[in-house]
Design a protein around this ligand. Structure first.
Ligand SMILES: CC(C)(COP(=O)(O)OP(=O)(O)OC[C@H]1O[C@@H](n2cnc3c(N)ncnc32)[C@H](O)[C@@H]1OP(=O)(O)O)[C@@H](O)C(=O)NCCC(=O)NCCS
Length: 170
């Protein structure tokens, strides 16, 4: 189900049929380094992950993480962007991840801008958060381009890992 469209991208809900793509994305160096190893190592693991995360989020919150496809390359899936409400953070946060071959081409900004419009206009979100590791310079750069600004450090997973919290009023 398509939920947004930009000049170059289609953004749609993830289904269990996307398991091979999600498996690939979750095992890229960028995902493992900056998001974390979720131990999803087979197509079956990825299908289970999708059911327990993306599909559950659509039911609970209406919003969630989406698949980003390239119109130009026969709808090739190139990333996953979305919105998540975490227990330990007051507001919904935006996140994004692209396959490495598609970094540095402006798809991050283009897709995230569409997600922010959805957050504001469809999901009526007033304050948007984002969290990132302090070493994740491409992510920080993109968040600042999107107009989010650094607030403070947080530990949103209840462990010792400190992340940077960014925010923007929509
Ligand atoms: C975070 C991430 C999505 C950012 O992707 P990105 O490709 O760097 O994002 P951007 O859209 O900002 O594009 C970067 C560059 O492409 C350039 N670009 C090239 N062609 C372009 C075009 N046609 N249109 C716009 N920009 C273009 C831009 O100039 C931009 O650089 P600049 O901001 O210095 O000018 C990506 O690094 C990623 O997937 N990382 C791994 C996962 C991750 O860390 N996620 C975040 C966890 S918190």
């Amino acid at each position: 189900m398509i939920i947004a469209e930009t000049n170059r991208l289609l953004i749609s809900k993830i289904t269990v049929e996307d398991a091979p793509f999600i498996l690939e994305l979750m095992n890229t160096r960028g995902w493992i380094t900056y998001i974390g190893d979720r131990n999803v190592k087979t197509v079956k693991d990825a299908a289970t992950y999708i059911k327990n995360n993306q599909l559950k989020a659509y039911q609970t919150n209406e919003f969630g993480y989406y698949k980003v496809q390239l119109k130009a390359e026969n709808l090739k899936p190139i990333g996953s962007f979305g919105l998540l409400k975490r227990e330990l953070l007051e507001h919904v946060d935006i996140g994004f991840s692209l396959l490495p071959d598609y970094h540095g081409k402006g798809y991050g900004f283009e897709g995230a801008t569409a997600i922010m419009e959805l957050a504001k206009n469809t999901f009526n979100i007033k304050t948007l958060y984002a969290i990132t590791l302090p070493i994740n310079k491409p992510s920080i750069h993109l968040l600042e381009k999107l107009g989010l600004s650094y607030q403070k450090t947080v530990k949103p997973f209840g462990d010792d890992e400190e992340l940077l919290l960014f925010a923007k009023n929509l």
